[in-house]
Write a protein that binds this ligand. Sequence first.
Ligand code: ATP
Ligand code: MG
Ligand code: MG
Ligand code: MG
Length: 569
Amino acid sequence: MRTSQYILATLKETPSDAEIVSHQLMLRAGMIRRVASGLYTWLPSGLRVLKKVENIVREEMDKAGAIEMLMPIIQPADLWEESGRWEQFGPELLRINDRHNRPFALGPTHEEVITDFVRKEVSSYKQLPLTLYQVQTKVRDEVRPRFGVMRAREFTMKDAYSFHLSDECLEKTYQVMHKAYCNIFERLGLDYRPVIADTGSIGGSVSHEFHVLAESGEDAIAFSDASDYAANIEKAEALAPAEERPAASKELKAFPTPDARSIAELKEHYGVKPHRGVKTLIVYGAPDENEQRGLVALVLRGDHDLNELKAEKHPLVDSPLEMAKEEDIVAAIGAKPGSLGPVGLSMPIIVDRTANVMADFVAGANKDGEHFSGINWDRDVENYEVADIRNIVEGDPSPCGQGSLQIKRGVEVGHIFQLGTKYSEAMKAGVLSESGKNQVMTMGCYGIGVSRIVAAAIEQNNDQYGIKWPQPIAPFDLAIVPMNMHKSHRIPDIADNLYKGLKDAGLDVLFDDRKERPGVMFNDMELLGVPFTLVIGERNLDENKVELKNRRTGEKLMLDLDSAASEIA
Ligand code: ATP
Ligand code: MG
Ligand code: MG
Ligand code: MG
C-alpha cells in the first residue's frame, strides 16, 4: 500500500474525549472514527487489524472442529418470547418494528436463532455433537458506551454454539473450546488469564471468562498466589465465606444533603469508609424518615456523576444487580410515588438482591435536603432476597484453600458457558436418541469480542510514541520510509523495487511515498505501530546499506541493499 493512495488519517493532538490510551491511540492512529455514541467507523488501518484478529479466531475455531455459518442481525421477537428473554433482557436489547408493525430485535447474541435453526435441521443423535459459529456484528444498547470500541453499541463478536446429547459430551467440547481460546490469545501475543465466572443473564452452570490484563480494565479478577485458582471478582465474592452481619441500626444520624455531584464527593462529605473490595455503596430512599426497612440500594462501581445518572434515566451497573422500575420499588416498599431519596427521585433504581448486610450506608431521607448516615441494612427486609456475598480484598484467603488472593484488573475479551438445556428446553429443541425417544439437547456457547480485542491489545502494547503491535495483528508488517525521496535520483527506484520485492514475498507493506519530512513519516509509522520500518537514505546508500528499525525493541539493523528484501522476508 502506498500512503499517497491510502488514507492514513493520523492525528497529532490527543482527542480530549478519549479517556483510555487505546481509545486515544485508535483515534490518533487513524483506526476508528466516532459516528455517534458507541458507534464507530473502522478506517482502513483499523479494519486491517480487526480482520487479522478475526482470522486468527476463525483458524482456531476451524481447528477445534467448529463450522462457520452466518445468522441475521435482525431477529424476530417471537424467538425471544419463546426463550423468555424478550421480557428478561431489559433495555440493552434494541427493539425495532418493521413496516407491518411486527416487533424485532437487533441481536445482542444468537442463542435463540441458532437453537431455532438446529431444532429444525437436526433430528437425530447421529448428527451430534455439532458446533457452529459465526463472526457477526452484535448490537447492545449499552447504558454507558465508552472507551471507543471497548464498550460499543455495535461490535464484532465471534459466537459459537455447541449441541450435544449428554452433559459429558458438552463438557468435552467445552474443554476443546477452552483450549482453542488459550491458543487464540497466545497467537495474538496477549497477556491473558482464563477465570471462573458467573453465568449472568445468559444462564447455565459452568462458565469461564478470558481477561486481557490491563489497568484500565472494567473488571476485577482474583488469583491465588499459591495455585492456579483465578476467578472474576463476583465469583470469588460469591464463594468467599459470608461476613458476620451487623445488626440493623436503631439510630440514624441526619445530615443536610450535601451539594455533591458524584458518589466520590458524597463519600468524602460523609466520611464514609470505602467499602471493602471494589464496590461503592450508597443507598437512597426510605419509606419514612425513621425507618430503614425498605431502603433501596444503589450500588455503583467506581465514581459516577449523579446528574448523569439522572439524565440517563437508568443507572449503569452490571450483574448481579437488577434494574427495577421506580413504580415497582415504590409499590414494593409502600412509599408514595416521588418520595424516594433526593437522587433516586426520577429514575429507575437498582435493587441489589445479592448484597450482604453491610454497615454505614448513607441514605437520602424522605425529606428534601436531608440525608441519613450510619444505616445498617437489614437483610430480612421484606421483598428482597439477599445472598451471602461479601466483598473480597487483596490478601483474603483464596476460596480454593491455597494461598491468598491477589486482585488485578482485566478486560473481558471472551466468555464461554455450559448452558445445559436452558434454551433447548424452552424452545423444544430435541433429537431422536438411540433408543428412539425424543431427547432435549444440551448446549454450550462461546463468545469472543473480536473488536474489543483490538482495543485490549493496544492497552497492553503502547508507549509515548504510539502503538506497538504484536506482529500477528499489526496493520502492516513493515513500512518503507524513503528519506527526501523527491530530492533524490536513485531513491525512488530503489524504494519501489524493495516495495515490490517485499510485497511479492507475501508481506503487508506500507510504502510511505508522501512528500513529507522524514520526521513526520517516522512519527506516523510509530503511532500506527508498524513493527518494522525500513529506512532508505542517501548517506546509507553511499555504502550500499539500508536501515531496519524494530518498533518494539528500538533496535536498528544495517542491511545490505542487495540482500535486504530476501533477508527481511
Ligand atoms: P461486559 O461484561 O463487558 O458487558 P458481557 O459479559 O456482557 O461483556 P458477553 O455476553 O459475555 O459480554 O459477550 C461475549 C464477549 O463480547 C465479551 O466477552 C466481550 O469481549 C464482547 N463484548 C460484550 N459487550 C461488548 C461491547 N459493548 N463492546 C465490545 N465488545 C463487547
Ligand atoms: Mg455486557
Ligand atoms: Mg461480563
Ligand atoms: Mg460475559
